[in-house]
Design a protein around this ligand. Sequence first.
Ligand code: ADP
Length: 495
Amino acid sequence: MSAEAPPRPPESVLQRRLALSDLLDLQTFGELAKGFAELYKVGVKVFDEKGNRLADIKVGNGDFCGYVFSFAEGRRCCTATVARVKEGPVGPVQNARAPQVPPGLPLRGMVTVPCFTGLRYLVLPILWEGDTLGRVVFGPFTPEEMGDLPPSLTDLTPGIDIALAQGHLAKIRRAPEQTVAKVMLHFAQLLEALVAAGQKTYLTSQVHIEATLESNRDLEAQNRKLEALNIRLKEMDRLKSSFLATVSHELRTPLTSIIGYSEMLSEGLVGPLNPEQTDYVRTIMDKGDTLLKLISSILDISQIEAGKVRLTFDGVLVSDVVTSALSSIKPQAQKKGLMVDTKLPPRAVEARADREKLRQVVVNLLSNAVKFTPKGGWVQVVLTDLQPQLELGGASGYRIVVQDSGVGIPADQQDKVFQSFYQVDNSSTREFGGAGLGLAIVKSYVEGHSGVVRVTSEVGRGSRFEVVLPAKPPAPGSVIPPPASDGGAQVQDRF
Ligand code: ADP
């Protein structure tokens, strides 16, 4: 499997050059600029480094500029002045000069850009940590010393109505250049404070976002690894089931022959045997039988795990199934001198079920009860009549209870005994045979019928297995589910 190269993390905010709009809360900033413009009656424009307009407050110059703009040459010069102010270098070049201010005033790179109309603009660069982030433009304002309209305007706009133009001009703030410059420096200080606060907030939030994204990337990488592992585990589990199925199938065929030939020998079909030979052959048959059961269980569970088992529901007399299961375990119970008690309801219990699977459920529970009950104990099987069952959401159903006076199951292991291959005593010297599959099969078959199985038990006093099954289970729409790994018994609602 070729490892995919992890995606390169994006550049950190700490490495990136920040834009003015990143650092300013534009709404607060817009209000500040508006407040300033209204207070001092001078227009304020703010551009970022790329020339994007972040604030634009016009005060008083609309009529005058509009009138000048209506003359062809006026329009051309006006456009050129606006471009100079907005995009030209913030330095004393290309028609700009240093502002006329008292000596010693820190100008912070401010320049004056005169307009051909006699008006003026002040332009201040916005500097932050050595970078120019944009510019502030104050104006246009009328310099205090301005008298008549200058020839640079009147020459270019033949036919201009001087009185009208003067009237419009009167609406524009008239002030000494140094006053506007001082106001602008004050504005610059506030702007600087806003940028400082903005930078702090922006960096904090961005670093936080980056950290979250980083841990998300880590989690995603771990998830991908887990998914790959999960796929591998499923594949290995599938291989295990298929290996078990093949091996048990291959073992079953010769074993059936061994048992068959032993039977023929013990029945004397190929000549009489002496008592010792008969004894040996019986032992072969017994052991072969045990082995066959074990192999059948392995085959069953591997087919369940591979999802290959299908249930076929039919009308079944449950009492008959219970009686038939009992008869198959009676010989072992008698051998151990166990008392076997059966309680069946007076009326036959009729339900829809897979007869063979249901029989196996009862056989597995009964053979465990017999196996785990010492000599002289008792085993009881109870079948109840059909009635509404709480565990089945009130649907009509029946219960099969198998209890014994045997060794019992410790409380902390009662939910584990339904897992495949789980045995309370898993030591190599254990007293009881088996592979730990009987209850896993029981659980799968019961749940395949949409039923529930559970156990209560006390060590040294016995166990009680209770199976609750619906009279009319929903038709099995699919194969029965593989056994759950937690082994907990629960109502299935899959069908
Ligand atoms: P096996 O009986 O082949 O070991 P099962 O799946 O039927 O496998 O049972 C799992 C384990 O649960 C048994 O090994 C045993 O420890 C415990 N167990 C099952 N039934 C009983 C019972 N009636 N009494 C005591 N322990 C039981």
